[in-house]
Design a protein around this ligand. Structure first.
Ligand code: HEM
Length: 232
């Protein structure tokens, strides 16, 4: 991939794999949200109880006689917890874009000379066992119990999939609305299974964008009256 335009782009010195980690211009709207949705569906396929919980929530709040509407999202707390857990385990940007300090400073007891480029390693922070018990497990319930007050907007430094501070992602609300609505609509309208009933391979491809290493194959089975599929 070639470098994209934009301020503050980080340029890999090797021209053969130059990428921009400032995804705002080309990748922001699609790559981050599709990556998040892919990991969400993959995780739910491997965690049938969580999938069942999500579909029960949809049954309670929406039923089977209408489609999901944006105004329903506020009631779908379990699906919101799923999305938080996905952005904890699989933040689309595993490393936040680099920061360069203009003055000498001390961070965590370390002297950082002016002009140093610092990367925040979200992947590591989001899997810290001192903050997140059983950090490698997909457990949306943690965001309804022990971590229910942790939000995604950059105020809690243990969970920062959108970054933090003055350069935080400016489209958090829009991104969450898209992810919640799409996931809720998919799970409401279809039963999802793997074609072979095997567990999904969750291997990550470590890079600037955390895409699934293996393609995801999903079998969709309609679960609503056929008249509700007119818009699909
Ligand atoms: C799940 C979805 C998304 C995630 C996890 C995400 C995450 C991020 C992160 C980590 C940054 C860098 C923050 C920093 O520098 O510390 C960022 C910046 C940015 N994002 Fe997003 N993003 C998402 C969706 C979107 C969408 C849908 C858009 C646009 C429609 C968008 C537009 C931007 C832009 C323009 C910036 C650059 C802001 C700046 O440099 O001042 N993002 N995002």
């Amino acid at each position: 991939m070639e470098v994209v335009e934009g301020h503050n782009d980080f340029v890999d010195p090797n021209p053969s794999h130059r990428v921009s980690i400032r995804h705002g211009l080309t990748l922001g709207g699609t790559d981050t949200t599709t990556t998040t949705l892919t990991w969400a569906v993959a995780s739910l396929l491997n965690n049938p109880q969580a999938l069942k919980n999500a579909q029960e929530e949809l049954q309670i709040h929406i039923g089977e006689q209408r489609q999901v509407e944006e105004s329903d999202i506020k009631n779908l707390v379990y699906i919101q917890a799923i999305v938080k857990e996905i952005l904890r385990l699989y933040p689309p940007a595993q490393l936040l874009p680099p920061r360069e300090n203009t003055e000498d400073c001390i961070v965590g007891g370390h002297h950082i000379p002016a002009g140093t480029r610092l990367f925040v390693n979200l992947w590591k922070i989001h899997r810290d066992p001192q903050v997140w018990p059983k950090p490698l497990e997909f457990r949306p319930e943690r965001f309804l119990t022990t971590h229910k007050d942790v939000d995604l907007k950059g105020k809690h430094f243990d969970l920062m999939p959108f970054g933090s501070g003055s350069r935080v992602c400016p489209r958090i609300s829009f991104a969450l609305q898209v992810v919640h609505f799409t996931l809720a609509s998919l799970l409401h309208a279809f039963d999802i299974t793997t074609p072979t009933n095997e567990l999904v391979d969750m291997t990550e491809s470590f890079g600037f964008s955390n895409v699934k290493a293996m393609p995801l194959q999903v079998r969709l089975t309609p679960r609503l009256p056929s008249k509700l599929y007119g818009g699909w």
